[in-house]
Ligand binder design. Structure first.
Ligand SMILES: [Ca+2]
Ligand SMILES: [Ca+2]
Ligand SMILES: [Ca+2]
Length: 215
């Protein structure tokens, strides 16, 4: 292999290395809940005992799984967003957040029971402070298993921590709702703009090419 090719390879691997470093740095989990340990690990209909972690703000939700109405075994406990009172639930969590970029990820599954149309709204509301709220509506057919979704938002209040409410709400009230598990809030990984990356790659490529001319 010529020395110029070797240099080029080294340059490209340096780019790959810097990408790998950037891609893994600074992701901090702020909050996570897999629902597995509530109620001593035992499911319960119309569950409200989430302590201070979640409040059921409207309707009801069921804590199911782990052998209790366990439609998707192997996931411990999880939530049926339409409880058992013919009034679908909305559950929310409050978090105080410093300025920055965040990603809320969560797993949703179809209701696993019937073909009724389901809609889940994941919402991030900034109750105090400033930033960019986010919201999404998700419908899944009944047989769809747990699927991970990401919702990005930013907090821009530089003076005080902002108070953020993220919530998951179902519509309808037939006691059969979509399933929720594995809610994770983390700092968004900061990655350079694609334009900057390609300029960096071209620059390193240029070093390799100019070396080739000299050689
Ligand atoms: Ca779980
Ligand atoms: Ca239910
Ligand atoms: Ca339903």
């Amino acid at each position: 292999m010529g020395s110029d090719m070797k240099l080029l390879k080294n340059a490209m691997s340096a780019v790959a290395l810097s990408l790998a470093i950037v891609g893994t740095a600074n992701a901090t989990i702020v909050f996570e809940d897999n629902f597995n340990s509530y109620n001593g690990g035992v499911g319960a209909l119309n569950y409200t005992g989430f302590s201070s972690t979640w409040s059921v703000m409207d309707g009801t939700v069921d804590l199911i799984g782990n052998g209790f109405f366990d439609f998707l075994p192997g996931n411990g406990l999880y939530i049926d967003l339409d409880g058992s009172t013919a009034n679908a639930g909305i559950m929310g969590h409050l978090e105080s957040l410093a300025p920055g970029d965040y990603t809320l990820s969560f797993d949703l599954a179809g209701n696993q029971r019937d073909a009724s149309s389901e809609l889940t709204t994941a919402n991030i509301a900034i109750l105090l402070g400033s930033g960019t709220a986010a919201s999404t509506n998700i419908s899944l057919a009944q047989n769809v298993g747990f699927t991970t979704y990401n919702l990005n938002f930013s907090i821009s209040d530089l003076l005080n921590p902002s108070v953020v409410m993220f919530s998951f709400g179902a519509s309808g009230g037939d006691n059969i709702g979509m399933l929720l598990d594995n809610v994770v809030l983390q700092d968004r990984i900061s990655v350079p703009e694609p334009g900057i990356l390609s300029m960096l790659a071209l620059g390193l490529l240029g070093i390799g090419l100019s070396r080739r001319k000299i050689a």
